[in-house]
Ligand binder design. Structure first.
Ligand code: NAD
Length: 281
């Protein structure tokens, strides 16, 4: 069993982004800029945004965070996004999810200029991804693809079971895998017999938010298991969606939680923002 070290790979990606940022500054006088919109006081969202801002600073980006109260109106959020759309110093706009219930998330995401949609959630980018065209791709599944590449894990012709079908994790993950010529099965809460699908797969990618959902008898010997889940359990520790202790001995490769997919998400956000900034040239 080999651990896929997301922390080390994320550092490698960040170092290479930092080098390119320096070059972009020297040669084109461009400093990539990221705007984050944070609504409400959800502690997890605040922690994520803080981590993103710190990562931006580390690689030499310009970054701003718009902190907005829970009571903010949808129109005010839209106005802020429109301001960022036309701000030439901003290459990427990120709206931290989830948004409060009175806000229509789909509507908000549609307002972001697709050319600055570094989270890859806009329907324009989703459509381009599904069609196999160049696009901004959601950072978490993009990070998983980077892991496959780094560890020389071949995808063509492989049976891959994606567990979880959300717009930000499972669906873009499945599209990327399909574009890489894998045979993809997408499962979700209404799947009748989850084990029947996961146990046949060469690769299981799980992102659902249920601690320990994937158990030892649900994966085949030698499987590759990617755990996207991040769950805080009663004792305060972070665990994934895979029963790591019992599943890992069966795997050829597995990602740990923490230190697996999590750090890759921020690294790919930096990479997407750099990609956007390069399009200014
Ligand atoms: P979501 O609630 O939007 O979607 C969950 C998906 O899982 C749905 O498609 C649902 O049908 C499916 N599901 C739920 N229970 C299931 C079950 N028992 N069996 C099969 N499928 C089931 O959640 P999300 O935003 O996609 O996030 C999923 C998980 O990934 C969470 O733990 C979240 O914290 C984590 N996440 C991690 C990162 C990262 O950077 N590593 C990024 C985003 C989300």
């Amino acid at each position: 069993m080999q651990l896929i070290d997301g922390k080390a790979l994320a550092k490698k990606v960040q170092d290479s982004v930092a080098t390119e940022v320096e070059q972009l500054k020297q040669e084109e006088n461009i400093v990539p800029g990221l705007a984050v919109i944070l609504v409400g006081d959800d502690p997890a969202s605040h922690a994520y945004v803080k981590m993103k801002a710190k990562a931006c600073e580390k690689v030499g980006f310009y970054s701003i965070t718009h902190n907005m109260p829970d009571t903010i109106s949808q129109d005010e959020i839209i106005a802020t996004i429109e301001m960022m759309n036309s701000n030439p110093r901003i290459d990427g706009i990120l709206v931290q999810l989830p948004l409060p219930k009175h806000i229509d998330t789909d509507k908000i995401l549609e307002v972001i200029d697709p050319k600055k949609d570094v989270d890859g959630f806009h329907a324009y980018n989703v459509g381009r991804l599904v069609t196999g065209l160049d696009s901004f791709v959601a950072c978490t599944p993009l990070g998983v693809m980077k892991m496959f590449e780094e560890y020389n894990i071949e995808l063509q012709g492989k049976d891959v079971c994606v567990v979880g079908a959300s717009n930000i994790v499972g669906k873009p993950m499945a599209s990327l895998l399909l574009n890489a010529n894998a045979t993809v099965t997408i499962t979700h809460i209404f799947t009748k017999d989850l084990k029947a699908h996961t146990s046949k797969a060469d690769i299981v990618v799980v992102g659902v938010g249920v601690p320990g959902l994937i158990k030892e008898d649900m994966v085949k010997e030698g499987a590759i298991v990617i755990d996207i889940g991040i769950n805080r359990i009663e004792d305060g520790s972070l665990v994934g969606d895979v029963d790591f202790k019992n599943v890992s001995p069966k795997c050829s490769y597995i990602t740990p939680v923490p230190g697996g997919v999590g750090p890759m998400t921020i690294a790919m956000l930096l990479s997407n923002t750099l990609k956007s900034a390069k399009q200014r040239v």
